[in-house]
Design a protein around this ligand. Structure first.
Ligand SMILES: [Zn+2]
Length: 423
């Protein structure tokens, strides 16, 4: 067997036909990963291809409706340089970000442009959240859709079984409740997908060992090794929010409680939206309270003393946990997304003081930098897109596309997605 490694090198291609198939994948992957922002000659150089080879490959990709070329913007004289980008009839991926209180659904094209087409709040129950999202996904399916990526706010087992502690989801079969038929479905943890997005299109691009933390109602994350999130033995690594960083015996009696995950002393009890609510004695769980926690952040930004203190408590706990993770894992950079970027903007000093205090002395002269995500709130959605395109941007993926799109779009009714993915 052979495969295209993520760095673009080909492992085990033997014949010229195999090599050409692999180079098609490399080229299309490069177009996707650069955001359709590099010229044909730049890509040729990046991939170390001969000019003639690149020309043949691009022509083949254009013939298969996988890319189209447009002239470099602002080109003035001579023959314009062409920039390969998404084809108007080319492959699409659907990406969903399922949070504890709402979801977004986006349509995404080669190059990474994502367009949110539907967003709804839900009641936190599996049947309240998932079937309507499944309906919205099915409404978007068509012959151009090559995969569906879904980010969920909990650990994912066997690619489909999800637990979300704050919503009391136990062994929820997300794939069954979404019921999207034969469309290839890729379900992943939101924090890990946010890290994947950061590695592909954000601050962790090109970083050999990065730690990403995504903070929403509570924190989660992933360690990225050469851009690949560490999955863990059963696929559930990265539940950093459930490290027992807080000694419950040292807490006041009224706070000596178990985390919704079943463990006690979890970092989650101190960091994120739920911890902000808890600071003011408000009820947490069930996906409630996002607007209240956002108001607390806004109040803190305006200097309201109680909100500033709540944010500082949260920030110190965040910094302490980052110190523990950096001592253990030695990442080059730590990136924060979701509410983590707000905490960094509002209370960087508190985060860094707690972080440095928790670092081993030999690390302190050159501590790993803590940086905000460059992807705003879209990390989980972008990561969900990448997980679906990763499965498509392979030799079998492109062969399947070619077989089902041979020359005439009209031959393929909307049900084609089901038949294509069933192969
Ligand atoms: Zn926990």
């Amino acid at each position: 067997m052979h495969r295209v490694l993520h760095n673009g090198r080909v492992d085990g291609a033997r014949t010229s036909v195999e090599l050409r198939a692999h180079n098609r994948v490399r080229l299309l992957r490069a177009v996707h990963e650069c955001g359709a922002g590099r010229t044909r000659s730049e890509l040729t150089r990046d991939l170390d291809l001969a000019r003639g080879t690149a020309s043949v490959l691009v022509t083949g990709l254009i013939d298969d409706d996988l890319v189209s070329e447009s002239p470099t913007p602002g080109h003035a004289r001579g023959r314009p340089t062409q920039v390969p980008g998404p084809h108007p009839h080319g492959p699409l991926v659907l990406a969903a970000d399922l949070r504890e209180d709402a979801w977004d659904l986006a349509v995404c094209e080669i190059g990474g442009r994502t367009t949110v087409v539907d967003s709804r709040s839900h009641d936190g129950s599996p049947t309240g959240a998932l079937p309507p999202l499944g309906d919205a996904i099915r409404a978007q399916l068509g012959p151009r859709v090559v995969g569906v990526g879904v980010a969920v706010a909990g650990p994912v087992r066997s690619g489909r079984i999800v637990d979300i502690a704050h919503l009391s989801w136990r062994d929820v079969d997300v794939a069954e409740l979404l019921a999207v038929g034969h469309a290839p479905l890729h379900i992943g943890n939101d924090a890990r997908l946010a890290g994947l997005a950061e590695a592909r299109r954000g601050r962790l691009r090109g970083v050999d060992l990065g730690l990403h933390l995504h903070v929403d109602f509570d924190p989660g994350g992933t360690l990225l090794v050469n851009g690949t999130p560490l999955a863990g033995g059963s696929g559930t690594a990265g539940e950093f929010g459930h490290m027992p960083l807080a000694d419950p015996s040292g807490m006041p009696a009224d706070r000596r409680r178990h985390c919704a995950c079943g463990a006690q002393g979890c970092w989650s009890l101190q960091v994120g939206g739920n911890a902000l609510l808890d600071h003011f004695g408000l009820t947490t769980g069930g996906g409630r309270g996002r607007s209240v926690s956002e108001r607390i952040l806004a109040d803190a930004a305006r200097g309201d003393p109680a909100a500033v203190e709540a944010v500082a408590v949260n920030a110190r706990a965040l910094g302490m946990g980052i110190g523990a993770l950096v001592n253990a894992l030695d990442p080059r950079v730590v990136t924060l997304s979701g509410m983590g970027t707000d905490l960094l903007a509002l209370a960087r000093d508190e985060i860094e003081a707690a972080y440095l205090a928790g670092l081993m002395a030999f690390r302190r002269p050159r501590p790993a930098e803590i940086a905000p995500s460059t992807l705003d709130r879209r990390g989980p959605l972008i990561g969900a897109m990448e997980s679906a395109f990763d499965a498509f941007l392979t030799v079998p993926g492109l062969q399947g596309w070619r077989a089902s799109h041979a020359r005439s779009d009209e031959l393929f009714p909307p049900t084609d997605v089901a038949s294509k993915s069933a192969r």
